[in-house]
Design a protein around this ligand. Structure first.
Ligand code: HMG
Ligand code: MG
Length: 283
């Protein structure tokens, strides 16, 4: 079983750039976003409202959000806490993304909260977000294994998924943050998630640290997943996940899908131009 088309959320400007030590000038970030829009990709995660000391690369989020709005595109912004949600509301963002780890240690390193506290804060945020008619994505990170804790159980993942679902999340992105999942783990975990949460929309968010991200994509497709996150040119990583490399590359993902007669709505040549541009600005 394979779908006729998949949906791609381009996360390069956020997940891709956040790991780059050298600050990419705001003007170049804007050019990258414009080039991505030209590829035909439907939705882009363009920025995050995080502490500039934690992730200096995202310090220009306000300006990037204003630019994304001016383009009239479908875009998402990461908001780890209530303060970030307030900034997003003030900036006129319409789609936010919260992120909580399935692993306690990672969550503490990433957003300096216990999972319990993060879930509580998310419940409050979802309420405010819904009052303002925002679309809410929930990310669950380290859904297969964790660089600090090793194997992650299905129950650790569903603890966060269930909480998100009960509080009205619109979609959930399941992250292999450190890129260590195997196709079998991916197939089994997504199949069970779909069985246990039949009305939830799940997205597969793969990092390619171990080179298995494309195999994992096929396993996710076979488990019925048709929405994926990817990053132009495979940029990225997470500064709080030691050793993790880039996201699955949008370019290779699109090529693979097209060769399998699965539509993406993305123009491969324009995507190559965007990828060349992305690699030039991070050099
Ligand atoms: P904190 O220090 O615990 O925050 O940071 P706090 O509430 O204790 O406040 C301390 C100070 O930070 C205060 O300022 C706040 O105003 C300020 P002061 O009064 O001392 O001047 N503050 C903020 N400033 C800007 N933006 C904010 C904000 N919140 C508080 N939102 C916080 C908590 C979450 C903000 C911090 O730890 C942080 O920014 N962490 C960065 C996390 C991050 O960006 N990680 C990477 C993205 S996640 C990821 O990549 C995974 C994903 O791709 C999926 C996957 O692969 O699995 C999504
Ligand atoms: Mg990620």
């Amino acid at each position: 079983y394979f779908p006729k088309m998949i949906e791609i959320t381009e996360v390069g400007p956020r997940d891709g750039l956040q790991n780059e030590a050298k600050f990419v000038p705001t003007a170049q970030k804007k050019q990258l976003i414009e080039q991505l829009v030209n590829t035909g990709v439907k939705r882009i995660e363009t920025a995050s409202f995080v502490h500039p000391k934690a992730v200096p690369q995202m310090a220009d989020a306000q300006e990037i959000v204003a630019f994304s709005k001016s383009l009239g595109i479908d875009f998402l912004v990461l908001t780890p806490n209530m303060k970030a949600l307030q900034l997003a509301l003030a900036a006129g963002v319409q789609q936010i993304a919260v992120f909580v780890g399935a692993s306690e240690t990672f969550n503490e390193r990433n957003i300096r909260r216990s999972i319990e506290d993060s879930l509580q804060e998310c419940a409050d945020m979802f309420q405010v977000a819904k009052q303002h008619n925002l679309f809410v994505r929930g990310y669950v990170s380290m859904c297969f294994s964790c660089p600090y804790e090793g194997a992650i159980s299905y129950e650790q993942v569903t603890r966060v998924v269930r909480h998100f679902a009960e509080h009205g999340v619109d979609e959930i992105s399941i992250g292999d943050t450190n890129g260590q999942a195997t196709p079998r783990m991916v197939y089994e975990r997504f199949a069970k998630l779909r069985e246990d949460f039949p009305s939830m929309k799940f997205i597969a968010h793969f990092h390619d640290t171990n080179g298995f991200a494309y195999a994992n994509t096929i396993a996710a497709l076979q488990a019925g997943i048709t929405a994926f996150d990817s990053s132009v040119g495979g940029l990225g990583g997470c500064p709080f996940s030691p050793g993790a490399t880039g996201n699955i590359s949008t370019n290779k993902l699109v090529e693979l899908m097209h060769k399998m007669d699965i539509a993406t709505g993305i123009d491969e040549e324009k995507l190559q131009l965007a990828s060349n541009f992305a690699h030039n600005i991070i050099m």
